[in-house]
Design a protein. Structure first.
Length: 209
């Protein structure tokens, strides 16, 4: 009987703890409308410096940058169900967090919440290079001849998870993969807004080939 009471008390305390953490998290979430608009500034700031012509970047500036129109965790797991993708996202984030020293758990938790649902990226990126948004069907064909025929001057494709922000929209955290056929890489990216501009603060590489 005592063990049953102790177990019940533990469950009550745990439930209250989870509820309290959820209430605190909801109170610290950024304005959704502002975050939706700010995501394009973050993506633009991340992509813009990368078409330099070196290996594993996004091309030489003259190529078209192909971006998956639908957010997601990993192109490698595109045929997996959402539960498997999300489980992999959580485990990979926990493994990578220690590599990004200034990344707080509150932003990680917001990242997990944000990626419970995928969204469609709109044509709101501010880039000097040309870019195209690839549909799910087009991304599933990568890197086949059909993909290359549809995007003949591309230097592979880039995918993004949903972006998590802190409350005052000065920190951003997301996952991205650059796929270039026989090569590629995946990494978590932590960015900060300094002097009104988004800059990469740190990254954690998850795979490279």
């Amino acid at each position: 009987m005592k063990s049953f009471r102790a177990l019940r008390l533990l469950l009550i305390v745990s439930s209250l703890g989870v509820l309290g953490a959820l209430v605190v998290h909801l109170g610290l979430r950024p304005n959704p409308w502002l975050a939706d608009n700010e995501q394009y500034a973050v993506l633009s700031a991340y992509i813009e410096p990368n078409p330099t012509g070196y290996s594993h970047d996004l091309g030489n500036g003259d190529d078209v940058i192909v971006i998956a129109a639908r957010t997601g965790f990993s192109k490698v797991m595109i045929s997996s169900n959402k539960f498997q993708q999300y489980r992999s996202l959580v485990l990979s984030t926990c493994h990578s967090k220690p590599m990004i020293h200034k990344l707080g758990w509150s932003l990680v938790f917001e990242f997990w919440v944000a990626n419970l649902r995928d969204i469609t990226i709109e044509r709101k990126l501010r880039l000097r290079a040309r870019y195209e948004l690839a549909t799910d069907e087009e991304m599933r064909s990568f890197p086949s001849a059909a993909f290359l025929e549809h995007f003949p001057s591309s230097y592979g494709a880039i995918t993004f998870s949903r972006i998590a922000f802190n409350r005052d929209l000065t920190e951003a955290f997301f996952y991205t993969e650059h796929l270039c056929g026989l090569c590629g890489a995946g990494k978590f990216v932590h960015m900060r807004k300094l002097g009104g501009k988004w800059v990469v603060d740190d990254t954690a590489l998850t795979w490279v080939s």
